[in-house]
Design a protein around this ligand. Structure first.
Ligand code: AMP
Length: 284
């Protein structure tokens, strides 16, 4: 396994691999790998001859006052885990390599970025779509894997790839959870033991909403009111948003149907956690 930090070296290496007929699969991350990331890498391993992992804490997707500086980093441990799942190349560029002096170009996906995390983190998706475009141009993957944990991000990447005719197949992967239901996240390390316990309210909210829907409730406002009450009972929890949206448009829905997804962003202490789930049993 190689670790490459230079953008031009990486691009050259991938160009050569492509010309040699290699099928390239790619998992972009911000590192501090957990089992959720590894599930993407394991799937990527099956889908390509050459498996590339990028590790880059991308400054342009963090807002003022967010945790860019504090975001956990451990390249040594990540490399060991990557080796174990069969990664061929880790691409770990520097911020100045990705955004040199004079950098001025951004990719902006409209509409589906207006709601949810796009509303509460202005500029976030502009940073995400810009860095993913750059990574696609550098790595030149045939297949790229993203987690449904970041539901809106996956939708934005799908939209961008389609709109910009990027020749990359986007594969969405299910949310990987701890045994007690907490969605795995690099940010979970920020949680104190008491916050870790209270953080279960996110996955419990999804379960509660599903139960209400299964029992015949179809009014979003009624469901959201119950969830809001459940979440605010946790002393360390502060709701950023709890919404029910159509899975494709990401617009709010008043009535539940088979395309309804519950999406949550909740601060538990200072840590912002997100989670989501479909509300009806789906067969696709
Ligand atoms: P991150 O390092 O948090 O930017 O995540 C990198 C990729 O891993 C993204 O496509 C995420 O959606 C995905 N990911 C993060 N956490 C999980 C999880 N618990 N289950 C599945 N995929 C995940």
């Amino acid at each position: 396994m190689d670790i490459i930090t230079s953008v031009s070296e990486m691009q050259q290496r991938m160009l050569t691999a492509r010309q040699a007929g290699k099928l390239i699969s790619f998992v972009p991350t911000m590192g501090y790998l957990h089992q959720g990331h590894l599930s993407l890498l394991e799937e990527g391993r099956k889908r390509g001859d050459l498996l590339v992992l990028s590790i880059f804490v991308n400054p342009t997707q963090f807002g003022q006052g967010e945790d860019f500086e504090d975001y956990p980093r451990d390249l040594e441990k990540d490399s060991e885990l990557a080796r174990q799942v069969g990664v061929d190349i880790i691409f770990a560029p520097t911020a100045s390599g990705m955004y040199p002096n004079g950098y001025s170009t951004y990719v902006d996906v409209e509409k589906i970025t207006e709601n949810l995390c796009g509303a509460s983190r202005p500029g976030h998706f502009r940073g995400v779509s810009t860095v993913v475009s750059k990574l696609f141009n550098i790595v030149q993957p045939h297949v790229a894997l993203f987690g449904a944990k970041d539901f809106q991000q996956l939708a934005v990447i799908r939209r961008m790839t389609l709109d910009m005719n990027m020749p990359v197949e986007i594969v969405g992967m299910p949310i990987f959870r701890e045994v007690d239901g907490l969605a795995m996240s690099s940010r979970n390390v920020y949680l104190s033991p008491s916050e870790r316990e209270q953080a279960l309210v996110l996955s419990r909210s999804i379960a509660a909403a599903r139960e209400l829907v299964a029992a015949g409730e179809s009014d979003s406002a009624t469901i959201l009111a119950k969830l809001t009450q459940m979440i605010t009972e946790q002393p360390a929890a502060r709701i950023d948003y709890v919404q029910i949206c159509h899975q494709l448009s990401l617009e709010d829905q008043d009535q539940i149907d088979e395309d309804s997804v519950l999406l949550l962003a909740v601060f538990v202490g200072k840590t912002r956690l997100i989670d989501n789930g479909f509300l009806q049993v789906r067969h696709d």
